[in-house]
Design a binder for this molecule. Sequence first.
Ligand code: ADP
Ligand code: MG
Length: 290
Amino acid sequence: MVRCENLVRIFRTGGTARGGVEVQALQGLDLTVARGELTALVGASGSGKSTLLGILAGLDTPSAGTAEVAGADLGGLGRRARTEYRRRTVGVIQQQTARNLLPYLTARENVQLPMGYVRLPRRRRAARAAELLELMGIAAAADRTPQALSGGEQQRVAIAVALANEPQLLLADEPTGELDSATSAEVFGALRTANRELGTTVLVVTHDALVAEQVRRTVRIRDGRTATEVLRSEADAADRGPGAEYTVLDRVGRLQLPREFTESLGLADRVRLVLASDHVEVWPDRPRTP
Ligand code: ADP
Ligand code: MG
């Protein structure tokens, strides 16, 4: 569903041709997400998570490298194709609950709004909105405006809005960032429901360790690159075990060791590699000084 290869995004600030400052928000990121997966994306503030989601949402374009979603090459979309992509292929949920919904429309009207953009026949809009609100567990709130809804209810309506045009990919940027933990669990539950019941591929940026523990795959971004992944088996997921830690190996064979590993063994500058029959050993260059 998603394939990013060597994805780069450079922001130029300061305006003038000379003397502007360059920020390399993504520096050669590789990421693959299979159809139907629910993946958590974690990483420190400023590591490039929102930049990545902006590109996948079709709101921003890469400076270099490839980003493909559902077969669409996001670097090369024309204006009309980009608009169609944003209306039909992806659904987006923002962290700021207030940004996802129009304040003067009811929950039902908010969910129906995107259906108008793709000219879904009017009589089908009401039925589909009702179905989605039901699926998100907020049918009772259909005729309320956002100000009459709790933060968690607003985010669940926002998920229904994002699902209105049956997107293949749902992108959520810290959707529970403004919520307490009980409410976060409900919102995360709604994302899981969309993934399970509708088969929508979900990529969710989160700071919430509990969320990251509940998904099969967690990808960590460090400094604009995918650094490590944790994959859990069904058994791990059931008892919330730690899961096995993986790291991304890019096309030319580079990998990044987690900082905990390099620090605990004092790995720096150069390491010694040994090829064994079924694995690779990474040794400190020198024995550690006591
Ligand atoms: P995260 O979502 O992981 O906190 P972001 O993707 O928002 O990280 O930001 C990554 C880096 O890019 C940061 O250093 C941020 O300051 C910078 N950045 C993001 N958007 C812009 C922008 N529009 N202009 C300039 N710099 C930006
Ligand atoms: Mg962010």
